[in-house]
Design a protein around this ligand. Structure first.
Ligand code: ATP
Ligand code: MG
Length: 479
């Protein structure tokens, strides 16, 4: 009935319940055999008495075995990290209840410790992932054990299956890492070139810092490698030095013209009234150009500084368009140009943007349209709502509805090669330089920077029939 291989009353097979019952009943069995042998009791009475003893042993042992089993199940479930509903247990023994309480206390203690440890690990991972530069952890054999988000982005998600030797095709890098792994050096710093993944790609200039981890850290990681991509910084440096070179070149030209005329006025043209008038006019124009150049350069550097700040002003674009049209109407009249404004009926009253900067963009585009447009024609500024901002390959634009402001002027078609370069600093069309139309070549560059800050876009369309249309897209809200 209580065979080892059957499950009776919820008691598992492997229990020693039957063995214990039989073992406890064995002495009484021997006593009954002796009593029957001595004919002091009948065999029937002996069997009945023995069965009664077995029955009492079962009644006595069953609850203990049953509770032990429940405890075992409870503890193994907890040790597997699973939940167990205590209410499912029916414990009557005081000791069994005390064991459950003790196990519970221990379980809670370790659960708390695990929570603290997990939170710590998560915050450590978040800190490492928020670092802009790639960081790798390696073991004694150079296997990559861990990589932060930046490393995974740059070197691929399968980075942790690689060995540092296969990371970059650079002997200097491998040598530096092996020096640290062999404990010949505590840390190594080096600059090396990593060849691009394809032949077309330029080699990357990287700075690596390899450092042994202190012996206190008990994990498998023995060293940390942090990488810094110097290619981008070099490009920025080059751009900055090009800019300074261009800016000084641009300033030098009017300055040399002015000083040339000053010299002429001091010497050969000293008493020439007519020449003096003419030269002074040129000098004043050049001074004006210089001041426009300086103003634009300052404007550009200011915009660059605010590049990462989200615009947060309420801006009435319709009002700005009217103000610009009003301010430039005098200049337009000189070329017999008429400025027309067409603002869509349901154009938003306000958008979130930097008012001064948006005004500057509208002004730069309208000023260009007046300067480079056909005289005795119209310059048309249209403002309307666009479903979305046209995407760009080189920068991110905001999602959602936007406003569009287009500025059109009549005139010859701009060639696609020239169109692509219009927003470059100091770039001007040769025909306009030849016609001696004044300009610094910075207006569109300033406009582009402002639009980038607003996560908008600037498009240009030029045909011989319709002339040139610049369109600014700005998000209605800055999300
Ligand atoms: N509407 C347009 N039609 C034809 N060409 C244009 C137009 N707008 C700009 N360009 C060309 O693009 C060049 C760059 O324009 P940008 O506004 O950056 O500089 P700029 O007008 O020369 O100088 P600034 O705006 O500083 O006075 C201009 O010199 C001109 O050759
Ligand atoms: Mg301009």
């Amino acid at each position: 009935m209580f065979g080892k291989h059957n499950k009776i009353f919820n008691i598992e097979r492997s229990t020693q319940f039957v063995d214990r019952v039989l073992f406890l009943s064995l002495p009484s069995a021997l006593v009954f055999i002796m009593l029957v042998a001595l004919r002091l009791i009948t065999p029937t009475l002996a069997i009945i008495s023995y069965a009664t003893i077995i029955f009492f042993n079962i009644v006595f042992l069953f609850p203990i075995t049953f509770e032990l089993q429940q405890l075992k199940k409870y503890i193994t479930t907890l040790s597997r990290g699973e939940d167990f509903d205590e209410k499912l247990m029916t414990l009557s023994e005081k000791e069994a209840k005390e064991i459950v309480d003790a196990v519970n206390a221990m379980h809670q203690f370790w659960a708390h410790k695990t929570d603290v440890l997990e939170a710590q690990t998560m915050s450590d991972t978040a800190v490492l992932d928020s670092l802009p530069d790639p960081i790798l952890m390696i073991d004694r054999a150079g296997n990559i054990l861990g990589a932060n988000l930046s490393a995974r982005n740059v070197l691929g998600n399968d980075i942790t299956e690689k060995n540092v030797e296969n990371l970059f095709n650079s002997n200097n890098f491998i040598e530096a890492v092996s020096k640290v792994l062999k404990k010949q050096s505590k840390s190594e710093n080096l600059i090396f070139y990593a060849p691009g993944s394809s032949k077309k790609e330029e080699p990357q200039k990287l700075y690596a810092h390899i450092k042994q981890l202190p012996w206190l850290s008990k994990g498998r990681a023995v060293a940390v490698i942090s990488l810094y991509d110097m290619t981008k910084a070099m490009k920025i440096e080059k751009m900055q030095s090009d800019f300074v070179a261009n800016a000084s070149h641009e300033l030098r030209t009017p300055l040399s013209i002015i000083s040339g005329f000053i010299e002429t006025l001091q010497t050969s043209a000293k008493d020439d009234e007519e020449a003096r008038e003419k030269f002074l006019k040129i000098m004043s124009e050049q001074a004006e150009y210089m001041s426009a150049l300086i103003e634009n350069l300052l404007s550009l550097s200011k915009i660059e500084m605010s590049q990462d700040q989200k615009p947060d002003e309420l801006t009435d674009v319709k009002k700005l368009i009217q103000e610009v049209a009003q301010a430039l109407s005098f200049k337009a009249k000189e070329r017999e140009i008429n400025i027309k404004t067409e603002i869509e009926k349901d154009f938003p009253k306000e958008i979130i943007a930097d008012s001064r900067q948006v005004k500057q963009v509208i002004q730069n585009l309208t000023d260009n349209a007046i300067k480079y447009g056909l005289s005795q024609s119209d310059v048309t500024i249209k403002a309307y709502v666009a479903e979305k901002i046209p995407p760009s390959k080189s920068f991110k634009v905001a999602k959602g509805k936007a406003i569009a402001i287009s500025v059109n002027n009549k005139g010859p078609k701009i060639t696609p090669e020239n169109l692509a370069r219009l927003t470059e600093r100091f770039y001007r069309l040769q025909e306009h330089k030849d016609l001696n139309i004044k300009g610094t070549g910075l207006g569109l560059s300033i406009a582009k920077h402002i639009i980038l800050r607003h996560k908008g876009n600037l498009t240009v369309n030029s045909t011989s029939y319709n002339g040139t249309t610049f369109t600014i897209y700005l998000p209605i809200e800055q999300n």
